[in-house]
Design a protein around this ligand. Structure first.
Ligand code: ZN
Length: 260
């Protein structure tokens, strides 16, 4: 196994990232090849990846082709299907899940009009339960997509593992995680101090390292993607310690996908 070296220290474990995007974003096209190449160069051994959520996410032929392409690039990819209410209306059993090896469903309640307790979202949870796959929920941006809004649905489907992406607002994320053992959180766009708080609250075993790469680089002064990624890891390791970073970036990722 090749070792990743950061700040002259080598890491003797594999780094997994649960929150990666590809495709079209703000007029820029992040090709499957380049995303794979950058992450491989940065020493990421496995990652969960999804197309950028857009207004509809209707899974056009082009989307399917792109998803196939990223799988061809790297067998160590866990593919997420971004589902919108519009897609559910044209494919009410999400039969699209049968055509590609999607490992998780992503719902973006700030971009798409999901009601956190509505019929449509319940249907998606039922499908995920039947297929034994988890759901990633975007959190933040508007009240309906805040972590606390999802408490009821997460409690109603204890068999479905859920990731509250971005952990926003943080106090609501803590509350939902404490009440629902099926709920996890990711660290994308989350201040490191909050990751430390997860540890203090005894919840670190359900926290997943995620970066929201390459979106996150748009909000940073560091324009070189590889440097941005290395800095993100080294800052986190310095703040959390190598042991805790290993838990969130390696141990938990494996546990998350192998819970069933
Ligand atoms: Zn994202």
């Amino acid at each position: 196994m090749s070792k990743k070296v950061i700040n002259n220290k080598s890491i003797d474990f594999q780094v997994f990232d649960v929150h990666i995007h590809f495709g079209e974003y703000k007029g820029h096209f992040f090709a499957p090849e380049s995303i794979n190449e950058t992450l491989t160069f940065c020493g990421v051994h496995r990652f969960s990846v999804m197309l950028f959520p857009n207004k509809l996410n209707l899974n056009t032929e082009r989307d399917k082709w792109l998803n196939t392409k990223i799988l061809e690039q790297n067998s160590s990819v866990d593919l997420l299907l971004v589902v919108s209410p519009e897609l559910l209306m044209v494919d009410d059993n999400l039969s699209i899940l049968d055509t590609l090896p999607y490992k998780m469903i992503k719902l973006h309640g700030a971009l798409h009009s999901w009601h956190p307790n509505g019929k449509a979202i319940r249907k998606v949870f039922q499908i995920a339960k039947g297929k034994h796959i988890p759901i990633m929920l975007h959190t933040g941006g508007r009240e309906k997509s805040d972590a606390g809004s999802y408490l009821n649905i997460c409690a109603d489907f204890p068999e479905v593992r859920v990731i509250l992406a971005h952990s926003r607002p943080f106090d609501e994320t803590l509350k939902v995680m404490k009440m629902c053992p099926n709920v996890w959180a990711d660290t994308s766009f989350l201040p490191i101090e909050k990751v430390k708080l997860f540890d203090r609250e005894g919840l670190i075993d359900r926290v997943l390292f995620g970066t929201d790469f390459p979106i996150a680089t748009y909000f940073s002064n560091e324009t070189n993607p590889q440097t941005w990624y290395d800095k993100t890891i080294s800052k986190m390791m310095a703040a959390l310690g190598v042991g805790t970073f290993k838990i969130i970036s390696n141990v938990n990722y494996i546990n998350f996908y192998h819970r069933y």
